[in-house]
Design a protein around this ligand. Structure first.
Ligand code: ADP
Ligand code: MG
Length: 700
């Protein structure tokens, strides 16, 4: 049992601020507790003698008898922190703060929330809220909320950042036989957050599926860690709303502009092994099938139907999913040929035609479920005079049990479906009107099966020169600038990301000398913190022959001055040429997300990067297989892998560069955003040709 087990299964609950005034939250909570809780309820309120038949104590300290496990705080905001201290001092370990008027209300509230957090930390309280609707747990009949409905018992545990959403879901669930184990309204998440409840329910044998409605995630890194472990045993399905894209508009890099917080969530939730859904409908569809059906052995699905049209719709839905239609073994086809009428279609989707009674469904199902190429099945039926949905439901249940293969059904109809649906639901088989939902739910089972079989690798730790990297960042800070460009290329060298030979010089003569050392045509670029996109202002000259180096130096400076008279110019970079003919320009970058931390971006690069937008993101640190997965993700992957007779680029070198950048940005939180654009990938390796980063000096 986890740390929060007494929060959900207390013996004794105190309501601090209990009252009987009509329409008050204090009354709703007290009466909800009295109604169904099989433990002891204690009322505390210095202004009352008794509340709803309970004797009322002035303070928790006065309560005699066995200890109180949970205090529910409903007092006004100005005395709430004091009430929490009293509860802590009385030795109560769990506190649910219903009171609102904290961080959600402005600066005074924010200050109050800091005090509350301090009090909770002082007494090491498991504190829910503030601004919470409360908590529920069905095994003990605990309803410590001010909602107007108690959940029915089940194996889903649910957390919600919106209290209103809890009441809506309860109302919705009551109509649909959806039962719960625990429910918590997270409120402002001052102490306990999604992380804690995921960990708790991961340890709870009575919770089969964890559901969440989240608006943000307190600590992305901790979340990913916890969720990864829990999802090995218990699926987590989340609706995440409240898309905040703050920061994206202020981004100074391509990565910053493209890798906003919405993508961070998407990547973080996926890397954490959670299933993300877009609607309440899907949330519960997935919960139902995950708790009711076994996981599939593969991704092939069989469709058995008595109706051509719906069979086609189902096939289309399979096409839209990551499932594939089973192709049957010869024995299966032979058996179907023997038992089905001649007009039937024995190939998948199996259409056993309109006059099929339940027995024909049974014969077809028992045959296809024997097939090794069938990992799951969907039964699609329209009402006819010869088909009883009740009998069909019995058939599906017994076939599902006998084969232990996941099944979803689509009994298409209204009033004729009722009894059949009840039989199915009793057996944990979800039924939908719409075949697409049945297929999506089965696809969620497949996805969860894939998540469970994931093996998480540790990120590699390369031998790097961390000290040198720190010096470079610190020297930039001393120059009092947050923006660094190619003058900081050595940062990449320190972390083993290859760069072409070259350097930054501050006179035409030095430029000539350096070009001579390089010994070939060179690339020259203006170096200025005021010029973000060098080629946009003519600040990059490619293929400069030795005799033109001097003039080019002067030209570049003039162009920079024309662009911005007072631009700070650090000099000109003279760089070895990289062979772009055999290479592909990619982008490798990072943007720091407020919740998930460093978000790596990899994709097609060069000057059209934001036009083509072919890229993918991962939360760092990444392992080798994560890095390789980034390559697989992008649409231009075939280009890198040798499409149209080109030589494939050195994929291992790319994967290593991604991991090395991951290590750099993990080691230095001071790096806020960073672009290597382009990182030129060739058959012989990679070369970081350009660099731009922003640092936060306070983090250094
Ligand atoms: P910016 O992105 O600020 O315009 P870059 O340094 O990325 O400046 O240069 C712009 C383009 O010039 C690159 O995308 C690449 O096509 C080309 N380029 C830059 N450096 C080199 C190099 N060393 N070798 C070959 N081409 C280069
Ligand atoms: Mg560039």
């Amino acid at each position: 049992m986890g740390r929060l087990s007494t929060l959900f299964a207390p013996e004794r609950v105190a309501v601090i601020g209990a009252t009987d005034s009509e329409g008050s939250v204090g009354r709703a909570i007290t009466s909800n507790l009295l109604e169904s809780f099989d433990g002891d309820v204690v009322a505390v309120n210095p202004y009352k003698d008794d509340v709803l038949g309970l004797r009322c104590y002035d303070e928790v300290a006065d309560v005699e008898g066995e200890g109180i496990d949970v205090a529910v705080v409903v007092v006004p905001p100005d005395v709430a922190v004091e009430a929490i201290r009293d509860a802590g001092a009385a030795g109560i370990g769990n506190v649910v703060v219903i009171t609102a008027g904290f961080g959600e209300t402005g600066s005074e509230g924010a200050a109050r929330e800091r005090d509350l957090r301090e009090a909770a930390e002082e007494y090491d309280l498991n504190l829910v809220g503030p601004n919470s609707l409360g908590v529920m747990s069905t095994p003990r009949g605990l309803n410590a909320t001010f909602g107007n409905e108690m959940a029915t018992e089940g194996d889903i545990s649910f957390m919600s950042q919106s209290g209103a959403f809890v009441t809506a879901v309860l109302d919705w669930a009551a109509e649909r036989d959806v039962g719960f184990k625990d429910i918590v309204s997270l409120g402002n998440k001052a102490i306990l957050d999604e992380d804690d409840f995921i960990a708790e329910w991961g340890d709870d044998p009575e919770t089969e599926v964890i559901l969440g409605y989240l608006e943000d995630i307190n600590d992305g890194e901790a979340f990913v860690q916890t969720a990864r472990e829990v999802t090995q045993e218990t699926p987590i399905v989340l609706v995440k709303s409240g898309r905040t894209d703050a920061g994206a508009s202020a981004a100074a890099s391509h990565t910053g502009a493209m890798a906003g917080s919405e993508r961070a969530y998407e990547a973080g939730l996926e890397q954490a092994g959670t299933l993300r859904v877009e609607s309440v409908q899907e949330l519960f569809d997935f919960a139902q099938i995950l708790s009711g059906q076994p996981l599939p052995d593969g991704e092939e699905i069989a469709i058995v139907t008595n109706a051509g049209g719906p069979g086609v719709m189902t096939t289309d839905a399979v096409g839209d999913s990551d499932l594939s239609l089973s192709s049957f073994e010869d024995e299966t086809l032979d058996a179907l040929r023997e038992t089905m009428p001649e007009e039937a279609n024995i190939y998948n989707p199996v259409d056993i035609i309109g006059d099929a009674p339940a027995e024909r469904f049974e014969a077809a199902l028992s045959t296809v479920l024997e097939d090794d190429n069938v990992a799951m099945a969907v039964v699609v039926a329209c009402p006819t005079a010869v088909l009883s949905f009740e009998e069909l439901a019995e058939v599906v249940v017994s076939q599902q049990r006998a084969h232990e293969t996941p099944i979803a059904t689509t009994l298409m109809g209204g009033k004729s479906v009722g009894a059949g649906r009840d039989i199915l639901s009793e057996a944990g088989i979800p039924n939908y009107f719409d075949p697409a939902r049945a297929v999506e739910s089965l696809d969620a089972l497949r996805e969860y099966d894939e998540i469970q079989s994931r093996e998480y690798e540790e990120p590699a730790a390369f031998d790097v020169d961390r000290e040198r990297a720190r010096e470079i960042l610190e020297s930039a800070a001393r120059r009092d600038t947050n923006r660094l460009g190619v003058e900081a290329m050595e940062l990449l060298d320190a972390y083993g990301i290859p760069t072409p030979a070259g350097g930054v010089v501050s006179s035409p003569t030095e430029a000539e000398e350096l070009a001579e050392d390089i010994g070939d045509d060179v690339v020259m670029k203006i170096v200025s913190p005021d010029i973000l996109h060098k080629s946009d202002i003519g600040g990059v000259e490619v293929g400069v022959p030795p005799e033109e180096v001097r003039d080019t130096y002067e030209d570049l400076v003039v162009r920079a001055r024309n662009y911005q008279r007072d631009a700070a110019i650090l000099g000109v970079q003279v760089q070895e040429m990289v062979d772009l003919d055999s290479g592909t320009e990619t982008i490798l970058g990072m943007n720091r997300d407020p919740q998930f931390g460093p978000l790596l971006l990899f994709g097609l690069g060069g000057i059209f990067v934001e036009v083509l937008e072919d890229n993918t993101v991962r939360v760092a640190p990444v392992s080798e297989s994560d890095a390789r997965g980034m390559l697989d993700d992008i649409e231009s992957a075939p280009l890198l892998r040798g499409a149209r007779g080109r030589d494939p680029v050195d994929e291992d070198a790319l994967v290593e560069a991604v991991q090395r950048l991951s290590q750099l940005v993990t080691d230095f939180p001071a790096i806020v955003e960073l672009d290597i654009n382009p990182l030129v990938a060739t058959p012989d390796g990679v070369q970081a040709v350009d660099l731009r980063l922003t640092i936060d000096q306070e983090e250094l």
